[in-house]
Design a protein around this ligand. Structure first.
Ligand code: UDP
Length: 345
């Protein structure tokens, strides 16, 4: 089965490509290297012994996306990762985010319709839940107004997909569209080989990239944002999911779409996390322990916009996708450090 992977050289996309190949599927990558490097393609080859077809295009370029569908002919599924993802930048430059994240999805959906491609897996985010009243959050937990243009694009994209699936149900032109929206919690780690991992360009915003760069001496000190939250140790709680587990969830999602017996158009949403919350301080201490080193860190002010705590209910993913996280927090933090060390060699 040919699967178009947009943003396939990015952090999650590249790991998903490995999982797809292991599952016997045929990924085709499109990426414009906006936030990734061409070397990822070589590294993917080193892991999979496969040369993955690649097109350097922007997903907002309808002509170019159309050409990929025409060249590859029988694309059966799309995993749409390609998007801008820096929350802070989205506040400063919202139009860039609305145009790119929503525009590219619209192009992809139009081309799926034109070429009769029925299966879509979309990268959504637990940011849609904001600070939930009840934990763990289920897929039925309320969606709250987004705190940032980035978060808003994820909510709008979910709606765009739902409406497109609905319209496909009523259309006369035989377009089948089945979609799965995966709401990711906090992805961490890297491929066990250390060939691919998270490669933030510039100063990292996310916790684990900041930690590994601090451990590597690239950053002087980690600041833990806030010590006065209403959590066991006063620091924020998140659900940290190993990127290879997350990658595997995409394979399961595609398999579910393909194997669905009914022909009705459907749109399902799944939380993809471990189901367990860990505090920032716990994560730092675990990082020190598994990698046998000391991290330079201090406590600072809260970061504006951070939710206090969130972690997933993964019951639906267990039951309906047949998926659950296999890798521990320790493995995620070991693999992330292994990746950083390899980068420095
Ligand atoms: N965090 C931190 N220092 C940093 C980066 C992040 O203390 O340099 C905290 C942040 O406040 C949050 C958690 O780590 O509580 C995870 O943040 P991240 O940006 O990785 O993901 P988010 O949950 O915000 O999407």
């Amino acid at each position: 089965m040919k699967v178009l992977v947009t943003g396939g050289t990015g952090f999650i996309g590249s790991h998903a490509v490995v999982s797809l190949i292991e599952a016997g599927m045929k990924p085709i990558i499109v990426d414009n290297f906006d936030n990734s490097l061409p070397s990822v393609l070589e590294n993917l080859k080193a892991i999979t012994q496969t040369t993955v077809p690649f097109y350097k295009i922007d997903c907002n370029d309808q002509e170019a996306v159309n050409e990929v569908f025409e060249t590859e002919k029988d694309i059966e599924g799309v995993i749409h990762f390609a998007a801008h993802k820096a929350v802070g930048e989205s506040v400063i430059n919202p139009l860039k985010y609305y145009q790119n994240n929503i525009g590219s999805l619209i192009v992809i959906l139009k081309m799926m319709k034109k070429h009769q491609t029925p299966h879509l897996v979309f990268s959504s985010s637990c940011t849609v839940y904001g600070q939930p009243d009840q934990l763990p959050v289920t897929e039925h937990s309320p969606i709250i107004p987004a705190q940032s243009p980035y978060g808003n694009t994820k909510q709008i994209c979910e709606e765009v997909i739902r409406d497109t699936v609905k319209s496909a149900q009523t259309e006369q032109d035989d377009f089948q569209l089945n979609a799965i929206l995966l709401r990711y919690f906090n992805p961490i780690g890297a491929h066990l080989s250390g060939h691919i991992g998270e490669l933030p360009l510039g100063v990292p915003n996310n916790l684990v990239p900041y930690i590994i760069q601090t451990a590597a001496g690239i950053r002087e000190k980690l600041t833990i944002f806030g010590k006065d939250y209403n959590t066991p140790d006063g620091t924020c709680v998140r659900d940290y999911i190993h990127v290879m587990d997350l990658a595997d969830a995409h394979v399961k999602a595609l398999q579910l779409l393909v194997n669905k017996k009914q022909t009705n158009n459907t749109c399902e949403v799944f939380n993809i996390g471990t189901g367990k919350g860990n505090s920032v301080q716990e994560l730092v201490q675990t990082f020190e322990k598994v990698n046998n080193l000391k991290l330079n860190y201090e406590f600072g002010n809260r970061r504006p916009g951070d939710v206090e705590q969130i972690y997933a209910s993964v019951a639906k993913a267990n039951q309906e996708l047949g998926w659950q996280a296999q890798r521990s927090l320790e493995e995620g933090l070991r693999d992330a450090w292994n990746w950083q060390q390899k980068l420095m060699k």
